[in-house]
Design a protein around this ligand. Structure first.
Ligand code: MN
Length: 155
């Protein structure tokens, strides 16, 4: 009996040290509709892999229906976006709205205010790697107004 308890506690210790390969499969984590305080439209996010002691960013996949977008926001340590489906827009404050589509990779530098989302006529889905500073990986601002959203695209 004592040996069984020892084996069980060793197994727990190995798992908590995050030294083993970890596989998270799609659908493992609950998908949730994002808050209307920070998103326009019904964007849906699903966690793919949380941050851990070795990995300083969380990884998630976000689906934006047409017209859906984030609010203005920034990331204290930046964010990588990998567009996996559809066509969308990304814009930084005082910058041009830029079209992004499946296969594109976007770097949002630390503390640069920006938004990202679908176009008005197409869905956009991206994987987001969002880096933490302490417990924070995003600072939210105002919603993107319809006028801001309708700004011309740079070709
Ligand atoms: Mn962002």
């Amino acid at each position: 009996m004592k040996n069984l308890i020892l084996i069980a506690s060793l197994a727990t210790a190995v798992a908590s040290a995050a030294s083993a390969v970890e596989v998270n499969s799609p659908g493992t984590n609950e998908a949730r509709v994002m808050s209307q305080e920070n998103f326009t439209g019904n964007a849906v996010a699903e966690s793919m892999l949380p941050a851990n002691e070795q990995n300083t960013h969380n990884t998630g996949i976000v689906t934006f229906p047409p017209g859906s977008r984030t609010a203005w926001h920034s990331h204290p340590r930046g964010q990588t976006l990998i567009v996996t489906s559809g066509t969308g827009w990304v814009q930084e404050r005082d910058g041009e709205r830029v079209e992004i589509s499946a296969g594109d990779t976007v770097w949002c530098p630390p503390n640069v205010e920006h938004w990202h989302g679908a176009t008005d006529t197409s869905l956009m889905q991206h994987i987001a790697l969002t880096y933490f500073e302490g417990d924070t990986n995003v600072t939210w601002g105002d919603l993107v107004s319809d006028e801001e959203y309708a700004a011309p695209t740079t070709e």
